[in-house]
Design a protein around this ligand. Structure first.
Ligand code: ATP
Ligand code: MG
Length: 641
């Protein structure tokens, strides 16, 4: 499964060739100060920084560009509104393909941001206040983020799929006194009661806010609480609203992680370093060229939406698509319709979406004109080589480089990825470190491992986009990332480095299986299963086994229209044996209609592990589960074995 796909011939205009990567990467490691001060020039500073990174991992204290001042809204909006006022900043594609869409030029975006910023001020928001944004995927969601940045408020965006309990928990956690929301929204023609969810959250114990800013979207009739709720259109004004002078280390946002491994953490990012990182990774990773349309299908409630729907594209003066809907409405070709309609050049999505769409057949793709596509990206989970190839060959017609970007909420932006036209690609491998990133693989004792080897993935030195703390809980920050291997940032992921220096994420280290003394990543076994033409998705966990220590338990979903059978059961076990070896032969295959996923679309293996262990009492924090009812079905399936 480790074969290589050569990168397409370098384009004359490409942002980076393989030689340039080598030279620049070496400089970023050997002369970090001058390198990062140079990169800081991507942004307009009110006071240019004289220093780059000043950080320590023991004790944990991280700062970048600390003596510089700037405003990220100025950088994302105002400077482009001045230099290219008519260029398109956002293209809005509504849930209903027949409803009117919208495009916003940088001039219009500036006007809307000023109006929203003035409304926030009128609501009582001041510099440093935490503002919770709970919005559909509409332009106003991104505008609310930018308006916060403009006035120095700290945004905390909550994905629109979350429940009132989750909203309440996040409001309390960061003591946020303000909420921006909409009357309602729709996803896949299904109404989502945004305002009602906020009202329910605000009715909960211990939750209290000073103001709610309401955006009219669906026109639904919603109750308005006197003295607390204000409509944006009543509060907004076009008055002058200058961009606040922010220190580089002033907080920009708090964002809660997906909750794949436990209770979500409120990760804090600051202004200057994050801005440089978002701007730089966007430009290099996607080989962004001025004028191109970029579409990241993630919700702004995830870090991917922060860095690659809002900040990355706008900091580069680019055009970003905001899509309100879902991949399967009105049919499974919706993504491809959007690309066709808006002539998207650069497309970025998650393996979960790719696998789901692949399952529905190629005709949805081949019936659309995708010739505008130039670079394809993926993020969120390891992508199985099988899904990678489908993305490459069917969606990208074999012409588009694929970037498999490994990163985390905590890293602010891309950390490991190949670069288009600069690097060969290996399906299933994220590739090489981004500039300034020093990956390190260590064994369980913390000894660093050299050469082609598997280990715990750590990062040795700080980078500008690194999270500074967990909001209000620096001890948890230290405990989660810096205590397992003191002096290093520990990612929580397992990883293999091959002989070419490519990195292969094998899954969370907690998910590593040890069968008869052989350690293996869940990703490998899953990829071997997904290779079978009848398998859509697989999730693999270990469970206690008398003889082997751990046995291999595989949850498998099948392609549309395929039924489980004894023959398929035998076939799949054979297939894994053949691909990886007899030691990886599954002990149990559990056919299921679906897999439990976080609301960001990641498989929640910790729950699957409990079910495989027949331990249903303590499933842990399940608040970020997309479809809790699946769990009961899985437990039933387990008990019937
Ligand atoms: P929590 O931290 O609450 O458990 P989470 O780790 O899922 O949730 P995110 O920050 O959204 O929250 O996800 C980061 C993780 O996603 C990474 O640590 C890694 O496990 C996985 N990941 C992201 N991109 C990739 C990729 N390209 N290849 C493999 N894994 C990836
Ligand atoms: Mg994580």
């Amino acid at each position: 499964m480790n074969d290589t796909v050569a990168h397409p011939a370098p384009q004359a205009s490409a942002n980076c060739t393989s030689d340039e990567y080598r030279t620049l990467y070496r400089r970023s490691i050997e002369e970090p100060d001058s390198f990062w001060l140079e990169q800081a020039q991507r942004l307009d500073w009110f006071t240019a920084p004289g220093k780059a990174g000043e950080w320590s991992y023991d004790p944990v204290d991280i700062a970048w560009y600390a003596d510089g001042t700037l405003n990220l809204c100025h950088n994302a909006v105002d400077r482009h509104a001045a230099s290219q006022p008519d260029a398109t900043a956002f293209i809005f594609e509504p849930d209903d393909p027949d409803a009117p869409g919208r495009t916003l030029s940088y001039r219009e975006l500036q006007a809307e941001t000023v109006r929203m910023a003035n409304a926030l001020k009128a609501l009582g928001v001041t510099k440093g206040d935490r503002v919770t944004i709970y919005m559909p995927m509409i332009v106003e969601g991104a505008v609310a983020m930018l308006a916060c940045a403009r006035i120095g408020a700290v945004h905390s965006v909550i994905f629109g799929g979350f429940s009132p309990e989750s909203i309440a928990g996040r409001l309390k956690d960061c003591d946020s006194r303000f909420v921006v929301t909409a009357d309602g929204g729709t996803r896949g023609a299904k109404p989502i009661p945004f305002k009602a969810n906020v009202d329910a959250a605000l009715a909960m114990d211990g939750v209290e806010v000073d103001g709610v800013l309401l955006v009219r979207h669906t026109g639904d009739d919603v109750p308005v609480v006197d003295g607390r709720d204000r409509w944006l259109h009543n509060l907004a004004s076009d008055d002058d609203c200058p961009c606040e002078d922010m220190a580089a280390e002033d907080p920009l946002f708090i964002l809660y992680t997906s909750g794949s491994t436990g209770k979500p953490k409120g990760v804090l990012h600051t202004t200057g370093g994050y801005g440089v990182w978002a701007a730089m990774t966007f430009q290099y990773t996607f080989d962004y060229q001025p004028g191109e349309v970029f579409w990241c299908s993630a919700d702004i409630g995830w870090v991917t939406g922060h860095s690659y729907v809002t900040y990355g594209p706008l900091l580069n003066g680019g055009t970003s698509v905001i899509f309100e809907g879902v991949p399967n409405y009105p049919d499974h070709g919706r993504f491809w319709d959007v690309i066709d309609r808006h002539e998207v050049s650069l497309f970025y999505t998650a393996p979960t979406a790719i696998r789901a769409l692949m399952r529905e057949g190629d005709h949805h793709v081949t019936s659309r004109d995708l010739s505008s596509l130039r670079v394809l990206g993926t993020v969120g989970e390891p992508i199985n080589p099988e899904a990678w190839r489908w993305y490459h060959e069917v969606v990208g017609s074999g012409r588009c480089p694929i970037v498999d970007t490994w990163w985390q909420t905590e890293t602010g932006g891309h950390m490991i990825t190949t670069l288009p036209y600069a690097h060969d690609m290996k399906p299933g491998s994220a590739g090489r470190p981004f500039f300034g990133v020093r990956p390190l693989l260590v064994d369980n004792e913390g000894e660093s491992l050299e050469g082609a080897v598997s280990g715990n993935l750590c990062i040795e030195a700080s980078w500008p986009g690194q999270a500074r703390t967990v909001y209000g809980d620096h001890d948890r920050f230290i405990e989660a990332y810096f205590s397992t291997f003191p002096g290093r940032y520990f990612t929580g992921d397992g990883c293999r480095r091959d002989e070419d220096g490519y990195y292969w994420i094998t899954g969370r280290v907690d998910d590593v299986i040890n069968v008869s003394g052989h350690r293996m990543g869940t990703a490998e076994v899953e990829s071997a299963l997904v290779l079978h033409p009848k398998v859509a998705e697989a999730a693999v966990v270990g469970y206690p086994h008398d003889i082997k220590g751990q046995g291999i338990y595989c949850y498998v979903t099948l392609m549309e229209g395929v039924e489980p059978s004894n023959e398929l059961y035998t076939d799949l076990r054979q297939q894994v044996r053949k691909e990886i070896g007899p030691v990886a032969t599954p002990d149990h295959l559990h056919f299921t209609a679906g897999l439990p996923k976080t609301r960001s679309g990641k498989i929640m293996r910790r729950i699957l592990r409990k079910i495989a262990e027949n331990d249903y009492g303590s499933l842990g924090d399940t608040s970020t589960l997309a479809d809790p009812s699946l769990v009961d079905a899985l437990i039933e399936g387990r008990q019937n074995r």
